[in-house]
Design a protein around this ligand. Structure first.
Ligand code: NAP
Length: 316
């Protein structure tokens, strides 16, 4: 399989690369943005501006993929608000160009989306629940999803949620708690290792409950989507909705800490997010996706257990 991946140097992308190569023997080309070869790598990459139509079309034509997986994002919420044109170009126009490129070479396109397309009051949202985003990131993702729905000849949307696990190309990068659920297990573990305790943020504008994903498992779900004749919207997530506190306690327990070292506390002020709303409860159902992919979903305990195994062995 020839896989054209955007964002292969990202957290999820680095997991897609591992699954695609180790389980599908895929030949991969990935677009990069800021990343330069910091360590030896053996997959092809190119600096491609996703918002530049000619660059995207030429790169896809040159590689002639069997599938495009669009995982890259401009991952900077305050910047999206400061420069809305850049954000629209990076999300919606990029998806438009990639979709046209997929149509031209006759391949499937899978666009990675998010649980933040929901407003946080509609738990448990399934694949057919209408979106209602409360921030610009969610708006951009919904608009991009519509590009796939209306323009792709063979297209799918793979929503992931609160992605946890290991960034295989940037293992040493420090991860800290944020208003979302992403990188949460890593933030909890490094907090526990550093301080012996961890304070779980609570408060307004915090994503307090979600259905987290293990990055390698979302990657495996996405690769199944790539190889099956399936189109539409899919929830490539775990199978259990969980609160932040409970999730942090599971991490503590899995790594041999007494769960009582995990406490609740008010989130510190986040001036850079002032005025930006964060959906509160983005619990999803992925049961329909699991049936379509014929792959059982990980519950939160299994997710954390697999995370620990990856930390200890480096294997997925
Ligand atoms: N992480 C989560 O918890 C979470 C939750 C829900 C949905 N998602 C979705 O999952 C996908 C992957 O997210 P992630 O967490 O893996 O993100 P990430 O770690 O921040 O990676 C972002 C990737 O996008 C690339 N990129 C950024 N701007 C680009 C541009 N202008 N042109 C080309 N590439 C560009 C980056 O390249 P460089 O490394 O070269 O800069 C990097 O490879 C996204 O679609 C996101 O919306 C993630």
């Amino acid at each position: 399989m020839r896989l054209f991946l955007t964002g292969g140097t990202g957290f999820l992308g680095s997991n897609i690369i591992r699954v695609a190569r180790e389980q599908y023997d895929a030949e991969i080309f990935t677009t990069v943005n800021t990343w330069r070869s910091e360590s030896p790598i053996d997959f092809a990459y190119g600096v491609i501006d996703m918002g530049n139509r000619a660059s995207v079309l030429n790169a896809v034509r040159a590689f002639q993929p069997d599938v495009i997986v669009h995982s890259a994002i401009l991952n900077d919420l305050p910047l999206m608000y400061r420069d809305r044109k850049l954000a629209w170009r990076s999300y919606v126009e990029a998806t438009h160009h990639l979709t046209d490129a997929a149509n031209e070479v006759g391949c499937k396109i899978i666009m990675v989306s998010t649980d933040w397309i929901f407003d946080g009051t509609q738990a448990v949202a399934d694949e057919s629940t209408p979106p209602n985003p409360v921030n610009y990131y969610g708006v951009l993702k919904v608009a991009s999803e519509r590009v796939i729905a209306e323009r792709a000849q063979n297209g799918a949307v793979a929503r992931v949620a609160g992605v946890n696990g290991i960034h295989w190309l940037r293992r040493d990068e420090e991860q800290t708690q944020n208003a979302g659920f992403g990188h949460f297990t890593t933030a909890v573990l490094s907090g526990l290792r550093r301080d012996g305790t961890f304070t779980v943020w609570m408060g307004d504008d915090i994503n307090v409950r979600a259905t987290p994903s293990l990055a390698s498992e979302s990657a495996a779900q996405i690769m199944r989507l790539a190889t099956r004749d399936l189109q539409g919207i899919f929830h490539c997530t775990g199978g259990e909705s969980i609160g932040r506190m409970e999730f942090a306690q599971l991490v503590a327990e899995a790594f041999g800490y007494d769960p009582s070292v995990v406490r609740e506390g008010a989130a510190p002020p986040q001036p850079e997010l002032a005025g930006i709303r964060i959906p509160r409860d983005t619990s999803l159902s992925a049961a329909w996706t699991a049936s379509q992919l014929n792959r059982p979903l990980l519950d939160a305990r299994a997710l954390v257990r697999n995370y620990r195994q990856q930390v200890e062995t480096g294997a997925i």
